[in-house]
Design a protein around this ligand. Structure first.
Ligand code: SAH
Ligand code: SF4
Ligand code: F3S
Length: 447
């Protein structure tokens, strides 16, 4: 029974290809400041399966880096792994369902005893579980479920939230020592040393986290609850990380943050260099100066914070890609207000017109959310009309899914599923037709 394991392997081969074979057997203290107590007789092999956004893709590399430094190695495939870590996403219910189903599928293949025994004894009991393979739930679902993850799946042995990934080696060591479920969640901020790891899966392109968390609290969104408050990383550390990546051969980077436009760094380092703060535009200029870096871009920009100055800087910096992801979410002012997005339809349209005018050849993409509570046909029509007016290069269209703790979860999820589906389909069809039309233009122009 192979379930979707082959696909999981393909998806993750990048992370696990570069197994390191000659790591220290015994590590007293690693650069993350994590003390490992037990000398190991062999290096356990880890396989990481990543779900969700680019932030998670980068986090999986950071986890791999921390574990390699602590004496673990990366498994070539899921079958040979001693530990399988699922780095997960909570943004929609469907994203969570997929993870539970893959954990179940993997567990039925590789850990049938644990599944049966833990179920029989009550899922949340802290009794010893099967020793191998170990299953870890990481990322946003870990923070969303916390202890309840053990109750939800008897197969889960360790739970580690996104801000706790610096202690992943500690948590696994503890599990191997005591053989009882382990959990690390609830940290407000990561330890900086998480970023000192030097593992990258793709030698050409790398993601670089410039800020963590989010303070926007869009009413539908779980991210601020699972990732915590917004923090900007010090600019000199970001630059040092990019320089290190370039030395490894990386040609292109994507700067990551939930709302990159609000990047602001204050630090004693800045004070010492005569600067009070560095904002996003300063940071872009600094990145543009990194020798050997060929190209860079960034996600995600927020329409309430993106400015004309940003567009001019994008045009002027030669290494900055002419690409802007600017999620609109809805074209209806009434819904935008309920979503707590902080801008109007008019503001958005004016902003993208400016962006296109200032940056020739701009590739503009967006996210759209259909079926938000109370979304009427007229609201949806506003969104459709906006998409027609703007003509995005690409659009990611999602059906609203109520998320725990969010403000919108208190509203009735009253747009029926078939209507959400129909609206989603309509926008997708439109986007497709637009591309057909555009490629026709390209043919007619002979370009
Ligand atoms: N920080 C980014 C992206 C956040 S999550 C931003 O501000 O746009 C990525 C996308 O998932 C969002 O843009 C939104 O369209 C979608 N999304 C977020 N919460 C959702 C929910 N509850 N249901 C459906 N889609 C959701
Ligand atoms: Fe979620 Fe809004 Fe923050 Fe994006 S800006 S992560 S949609 S709360
Ligand atoms: Fe998902 Fe967490 Fe990213 S909820 S979209 S993996 S920040």
């Amino acid at each position: 029974m192979m379930c979707s394991l082959r696909k999981m392997e393909e998806d993750n081969s990048k992370h696990n290809k570069n197994s390191v074979r000659s790591l220290r057997e015994h590590v007293d203290e690693n650069p993350c400041g994590i003390v490992l107590n037990a000398p190991r007789t062999r290096q356990p092999k880890v396989f990481i399966k990543t779900f969700g956004c680019q932030m998670n893709t980068r986090d999986s590399e950071l986890v791999a880096g921390v574990l390699l430094k602590a004496g673990y190695q990366l498994a070539e495939n899921i079958e040979s792994a001693d530990i399988v870590l699922f780095n997960t996403c909570s943004v929609r219910q469907h994203a969570e369902d997929k993870v539970w189903s893959e954990i179940g599928c993997y567990g039925r293949c590789f850990k049938p005893q644990a599944a049966g025994r833990r179920k029989k004894h009550g899922a949340c009991s802290l009794e010893p579980v099967a020793r191998s393979p170990v299953i870890g739930l990481l990322g946003c679902m870990a923070e969303n479920y916390k202890k309840a993850a053990f109750a939800k799946s008897a197969l889960v042995d360790v739970v580690v939230g996104p801000n706790d990934i610096g202690s992943i080696a500690d948590v696994l060591d503890e599990f191997f020592k005591r053989h009882i479920p382990q959990m690390a969640v609830g940290r407000k901020q990561r330890i900086d040393a998480v970023y000192d790891t030097d593992y990258v899966a793709d030698k050409n392109h790398a993601n670089v986290i410039i800020m963590e968390g989010c303070d926007n609290f869009c009413s539908y969104c779980i991210v601020p609850y699972v990732r915590g408050r917004e923090r900007s990383r010090p600019a000199h550390e970001i630059i040092r990380e990019i320089e290190g990546l370039v030395r490894k051969g990386v040609k292109e980077v994507t700067l990551l943050g939930q709302n990159v436009n609000s990047y602001t760094a204050h630090s004693s380092w800045l004070m010492a260099h005569g600067r009070k703060k560095i904002d996003f535009i300063d940071l872009l200029k600094m990145v543009n100066e990194v020798e050997g870096l060929e190209k860079f871009d960034f996600v995600t920009s927020h329409p309430k914070d993106a400015s004309e100055e940003l567009f001019r800087v994008m045009r002027e910096l030669p290494r900055c890609k002419k690409f802007l992801h600017l999620p609109v979410q809805s074209g209806s002012d009434r819904i935008l207000k309920l979503m707590n997005r902080g801008y109007t339809r008019e503001h958005y349209i004016k902003l993208v017109k400016k962006a296109k005018e200032i940056i020739p050849g701009l590739r503009l993409t967006t996210d759209v959310l259909v079926g938000f509570p109370g979304e009427t046909e007229a609201d949806f029509q506003d969104t459709f009309d906006l998409m027609k007016e703007v003509e995005f290069s690409a659009a990611y269209i999602f059906k609203y899914s109520p998320r725990p703790r969010t403000k919108a979860a208190g509203l009735a999820d009253d747009v029926p599923q078939p209507v959400k589906k129909e609206r989603n389909q309509k926008l997708l069809e439109f986007q497709k037709s637009l591309h057909k039309k555009k490629s026709m233009y390209i043919c007619q122009d002979g370009r």
